[in-house]
Write a protein that binds this ligand. Structure first.
Ligand code: BQZ
Length: 699
């Protein structure tokens, strides 16, 4: 515009300067975001390759805790360890273990804010988060530990899938599963478990696994078939879509035991889908897993106790069967209490992620005699306002909600919302100091694919926000300080604009940010109403689409890009967190969203590193210029671990490709003999037979 005005000459110029001043005052102008404040406390990982960490190899001899040999093997209750392990176990290399080969014993005492609904992860049940599901369910590949992999060698780690080959044209991926591995009840793990997870859970429209992997998460039109007991074959429409190997890690493809679940599935029984989902309540103990620990006891609202898996298929280079820790416990409390107990030493682990607790935690752990150490990682905790962009019925909106969706789909409206936010103040209202950074939205500053020059930031400016609201057709027609829907808006014409804001009641940070957003919107005449939902319900509400706006703690795709890449845009009907298919099964993409989907699909099939970087620059520009979501703040998390634990990798972020409960290889963590405590609740016991009310057994 200004260029236009300048051409007008003398008189025009006079008008133009004041007009420009007036216009400049109220016209939105994107600019480069400010650099995050320097944060010296951040630790750096020791970068390696995957080959430096692990391999699959048969060893000459294997070992286990002496009490297992004496109480279970010698008494014939268990076969010898060598017969419980696969042909070639996964072997962790000593050189990558910070404190070397460990010793058996002790427990890691977690405190969590979630509550278990049951063990049926495949049908979307929650196990309580906080590392419960991450520890129980192993996946085809693994990505948590990739924070320590050199960028030039970055690729998903093999896990249950020990190797894979691409066909020359890149459309077929043949995947080789670990051979001879067993579930924790001794039953064989085979391709049938993988096929049951794919055919009867991911592909079954009536079933939605936890963490929302849907068939489109692996590419529209992708197929999977069994070749033999230890080989499966993927066929993709795209060529070399290596991205999907990341999606096959935690949360995307973590098979559950077909020999336990199949008989409860409606396809193979008289059960309804509801009965299938609820077939394994939390008091169904010794539920078979491929993970290192098995749930043996559950006391509602109190605790989940897990004992070592005698069939765990990973060892160290000395042939010691992992894990080293015999027990894992999860105290059922609150997320805030997790920090308090970890710092106090009554709990052993916490992801310090709620900025409000930082000062106290830092003060307490600064004392040399403090029981826990606290280590900051990169700025990978970030919050956004997600605006529901579905204009074709996702979440069955009423007239008011429909009107809000149409506003959300209006760029001027989104420009008003983003310009009304004083992010500096928002961040400092959580915690003072160099922690929080202004986050415009999109990819995070400090991450691999972030490009400052491609990031558009609309600074805080109330006058601009109000002007943009007016441009979106919103004026306060009844003078009560709240703008009104235009008179011709179906069903709500002339009424005050009111917007619901979904937020997770279990996190102080989510609530603080919601209050900050509500106050900021009130200042420009938008009436925002908080809808706090906690516990196991929030995930359901998020997926239902029954919300206008939500405070969202961003997931890994905005940090790593390569993890869950498909979630970066509505590449499929169910892949986006805030724009899913409406009644007719289609996603009513906005024009710039079509560009985002196109960029992401190109990225998924692109193998050239330089082109991938350029694609992400384009993504960031389109995302931030169009305020696809409204970024709020970004800050580093800190890992709090009790000082008696060894083998904690340096610089492990609490969140990047996955949470620290995965990143630190808990199966390799140990407590030196002289530091071991008597905290185990069921010492020298192993999981018993799967079943309701069962529990741990001693030899
Ligand atoms: C970490 C994590 C391990 C889920 C969950 C929880 C759910 C979300 C998210 C985090 C918790 C802890 O996060 O906050 O520190 O232990 O469990 O799974 O917020 O409500 O749905 O995405 O991971």
């Amino acid at each position: 515009m200004s260029k236009h005005l300048l051409k007008l000459g003398g008189a025009g110029l006079l008008i133009s300067v004041s007009a420009m001043a007036a216009l400049a005052a109220d016209t939105v102008a994107g600019k480069a975001p400010p650099d995050p404040p320097k944060f010296e406390a951040q630790q750096t990982p020791k970068f390696v390759t995957i080959g430096d960490i692990m391999e699959y190899k048969a060893l000459a001899a294997y070992h286990e805790p002496d009490w297992v040999t004496q109480q279970f093997v010698a008494t014939g209750k268990l076969p010898p360890v060598k017969d419980r392990l696969p042909k070639e176990p996964l072997v962790y290399k000593t050189s990558n273990m910070p404190d070397g080969v460990g010793v058996y014993g002790d427990v890691m005492r977690h405190v969590i804010g979630g509550r278990p609904q049951g063990w049926n992860y495949a049908a979307g049940q929650i196990q309580g988060w906080g590392g419960v599901d991450i520890g129980m369910f192993e996946c085809l590949t693994r990505t948590g530990p990739l924070f320590e992999i050199k960028a030039s060698a970055l690729e998903p780690m093999p896990n249950l899938a020990k190797s894979w080959d691409w066909s020359p044209d890149g459309h077929v991926l043949t995947m080789h599963l670990i051979e001879g591995a067993k579930w924790s009840d001794g039953q064989p793990f085979t391709a049938d478990d993988v096929m049951f997870y794919w055919d009867d859970n991911i592909k079954d429209p009536n079933v939605k696994p936890l963490n929302s992997a849907g068939p489109d998460s692996f590419g529209v039109g992708t197929t999977l078939e069994k070749v033999d007991d230890y080989t499966v074959k993927w066929t993709f429409k795209e060529a070399f879509p290596k991205q999907y190997l990341y999606t096959m890690a935690y949360g995307g493809f973590c098979p559950l035991p077909a020999h336990i679940l199949k008989s409860q599935h409606p396809k193979y029984s008289k059960n309804t889908y509801d009965q299938y989902q609820n077939a394994f309540p939390p008091n169904f103990m010794d539920f078979p897993v491929m993970g290192a620990w098995v749930p043996v006891e559950y006391r509602p609202d109190d605790i989940i106790v897990m004992r070592r898996n005698p069939y765990y298929w990973k060892v160290d280079e000395k042939g010691n069967q992992l894990p080293y820790l015999d027990e894992m416990t999860y105290k059922l409390s609150t997320w805030a209490d997790r920090d308090v107990q970890a710092v106090a030493g009554t709990g052993d682990f916490s992801n310090l992620e709620q900025a409000e607790s930082y000062v106290e935690a830092l003060k307490r752990s600064a004392d040399p005699s403090a029981p826990a150490r606290l280590a900051f990682g990169a700025r990978t905790i970030g919050y956004s306002i997600y605006l529901n962009l579905s204009g074709n019925g996702w979440g069955e909106p009423d007239a008011r909600a429909e009107a809000v969706r149409n506003l959300n789909r209006n760029l001027d409206f989104r420009l008003a919302v983003t310009s009304a936010l004083d992010r500096q103040h928002l961040g400092e209202s959580l915690v003072k100091g160099p922690f929080t950074a202004i986050y415009p939205g999109g990819l995070y500053a400090g991450t691999a694919f972030y490009d400052k020059a491609s990031t558009v930031y609309y600074p805080f400016n109330v006058a601009v926000a109000k002007a943009e609201l007016a441009k979106a057709g919103l004026k306060d027609t009844d003078g009560n300080g709240i703008v009104n829907f235009p008179a011709d808006t179906p069903g709500v014409g002339g009424q005050d604009v009111s917007i619901t804001l979904l937020a997770d009641a279990d996190y102080q940070t989510d609530k603080s940010l919601a209050e900050g957003v509500i106050a900021s919107m009130e200042a420009i005449g938008l009436h925002v109403i908080e809808n706090l939902v906690g516990g196991t319900n929030i995930t359901g509400v998020q997926n239902s689409g029954k919300w206008d706006w939500q405070i969202f703690r961003n997931q890994s795709e905005l940090i790593s890009v390569v993890q869950n890449t498909a979630n970066l845009a509505p590449t499929g009907p169910q892949t986006s967190w805030f724009h899913r298919a409406g009644k007719d099964g289609t996603v009513d993409l906005l024009p710039f969203e079509k560009d985002l989907v196109d960029v992401i699909n190109k990225f998924i099939g692109e193998t050239d590193a330089g082109k991938r970087v350029d694609l992400m620059k384009k993504y960031q520009k389109i995302y931030t210029e169009n305020v696809y979501a409204v970024g709020l703040t970004q800050y580093p998390g800190a890992l709090i671990i009790n000082k008696r634990f060894a083998n904690i990798p340096a610089g492990a972020p609490i969140f990047m490709f996955n949470w620290a409960e995965d990143n630190i290889f808990r199966e390799r963590v140990f407590v030196p003999k002289d530091k071991q405590q008597n905290y185990e609740l069921h010492p020298k016991t192993l999981p018993g037979a799967p079943g309701l009310g069962n529990g741990p057994v001693s030899g």
